[in-house]
Write a protein that binds this ligand. Structure first.
Ligand code: GLN
Length: 489
């Protein structure tokens, strides 16, 4: 049997029928056996992993319990785990080793989680497909000819292929939610600030959030609980109310809850198979007693433009540090200019964004583009505020399509950017949003996105847990992957 949900593994660890070392070995073996095909993992450090697992087993034996004690977790390669590579999917950081732990990683380690690998990603988290990594693309385990979605491609695939039941990605404009939808896993973009960004390599600081990924909403709740909250090292971090309710997570009673369906998301652009699958999922929510109400987020049509202006502007500034002096390959002769280092060590997507962002922030363009985008961002946030005066949750598609074939959009940046049309809005507004597996269209996963008001993350997960208990689409795994592991876990 393959690794199941994190909460199943949790119960076995607590009952003494599994060990942290057994789970970690199983996870590493699965990576060794299958990742040549999927390309989800960039590095492992078995010595370090097994040392963490042994420590977790000692704590378990001493009777200690935490929501994640002994559970394997995969980390996106833009999160710092001291002493290990943190490449951000870029040649620029190929030789870089994390000199410290990200706050989220430090908190996971303190709670006894066991990091098993660093995961592939679009370079500097720029991308929607997992094809922009300097170290090769990641493939979708449901159809290896298709993309898994990005930019947290490897972290999501690691959970979809059950290398580990838990992973951390990052979400600037949809990077955990889009791949989760394409790969049938559950992933949260928390309210901005709920997870510390200290030690998460910046793409666009006003948008970046760490995104927990699990098989189920319960899994996500467990890992969120041990990481959430104020961090003196990140001045934008904030406390999450009802933290104690995240583990064990109780299903929300959806009877009488009002779930808004924004007209702008359910219009003509949806693939027919996605629409049919999601309509069935909405029917499921109605069966559970929720009331589905039409609503509107009128500025949605400008969200992508605003997002790509804000994102590229901030990225152009954040990436200035990769100059071959502070970070990046140093020229032994000292002869290389900053321009040479950047030309050779950055891929085409970071270069495109640095150019776009530098242009947006330049004199003359700043007011026309960047400031205008900030104003649109405010209008989008007001749309959400108004909608949430009428409803408890919003439900939308994660993406207008199922996972697309590898290569289909990679040479057309505008088409690639369109993949994020339903995920950038909540990111701009700072609202929490969750991908919930909602069924299949011609064998490929379809995700439903649920959104809540700021700091409503716990209720969001409780609602998804209620849905998942009744409609367990999230438990289906890709059939072409092995269901057995040597350790029987
Ligand atoms: N696909 C979006 C982008 O390329 C989102 C990326 C992200 O969330 N990291 O900007």
């Amino acid at each position: 049997m393959a690794l199941g949900t994190a909460m199943e593994a949790r119960r076995r660890l607590d009952a003494g029928t599994a060990s942290a070392v057994g789970l970690a070995r199983s996870s590493l073996e699965r990576i060794g056996a299958w990742d040549g095909r999927l390309g989800a993992i960039l590095s492992t450090d078995p010595g370090r992993t097994l040392a963490c697992a042994e420590a977790a087993d000692r704590r378990l034996a001493a009777g200690e319990r935490t929501p994640v004690l002994g559970l394997p977790v995969v980390l996106k390669d833009n999160l710092h785990w001291k002493g290990t590579p943190t490449t951000c999917g870029s040649r620029m950081l190929e030789a870089y080793r994390a000199p410290y732990d990200a706050t989220v990683v430090a908190r996971l380690l303190a709670a006894g989680a066991v990091p098993v690998a660093k995961a592939n990603m679009d370079e500097f988290a720029m991308g929607s497909s997992g094809e922009h990594s300097a170290f090769g693309p990641t493939r979708n385990p449901w159809d290896e000819g298709r993309v898994p979605g990005g930019s947290s491609s490897g972290a999501v695939v690691a959970v979809a292929a059950r290398y580990a039941p838990l992973a951390l990605g990052s979400d600037t404009g949809g990077s955990v939610r889009l791949p989760a939808g394409f790969c049938n896993v559950t992933a949260l973009r928390p309210t901005y600030g709920v997870l510390s960004r200290y030690g998460l390599t910046s793409l666009a600081s006003s948008l970046d959030q760490v995104g927990p990924i699990g098989v189920s909403a319960e899994d996500v709740g467990a890992i969120l609980q041990v990481m959430a909250g104020r961090d003196p090292l990140d001045s934008t971090s904030r406390a999450l109310p009802r933290l104690e309710s995240l583990f064990p997570l109780r299903p929300a009673d959806l009877r009488g809850k009002r779930i808004g369906l924004p007209a702008e998301y359910w219009g003509t652009g949806l693939e027919p198979g996605v629409r049919t699958t999601l309509e069935t999922a909405l029917g499921g929510l109605r069966e559970l007693g929720a009331e589905l109400v039409p609503t509107t987020l009128p500025h949605t049509g400008w969200a992508l433009d605003a997002y790509y202006l804000v994102c590229t502007s901030e990225a152009s500034s954040n990436l200035a540090r990769y100059d071959g002096l502070r970070y990046g390959p140093r020229d032994p002769d000292g002869a290389a200019t900053v321009a040479t280092v950047r030309r050779n060590a950055l891929g085409s997507e970071p270069k495109r964004r640095i150019l776009l962002g530098t242009f947006c922030l330049s004199r003359g363009s700043y007011e026309a583009f960047y400031l205008k985008a900030l104003k649109v961002r405010t209008l989008i946030a007001r749309d959400f505020e108004a909608a949430f005066r009428q409803v408890d949750l919003l439900a939308t598609p994660v993406s207008p399509s199922v996972a697309f074939p590898l290569g289909a959009r990679v040479s057309d940046p505008l088409l690639m950017y369109l993949s994020d049309v339903f995920t950038v809005t909540s990111a701009l507004a700072g609202y929490p949003a969750l991908t919930v597996p909602a069924g299949f269209s011609e064998g490929l996963p379809v995700g439903l996105q649920l959104m809540a008001p700021p700091l409503g993350d716990t209720f969001l997960l409780e609602a998804a847990h209620g849905y998942q208990q009744a409609f367990p689409h999230h438990l289906k795994t890709p059939t072409q992957l092995p269901q057995e592991t040597p350790h029987g876990l």
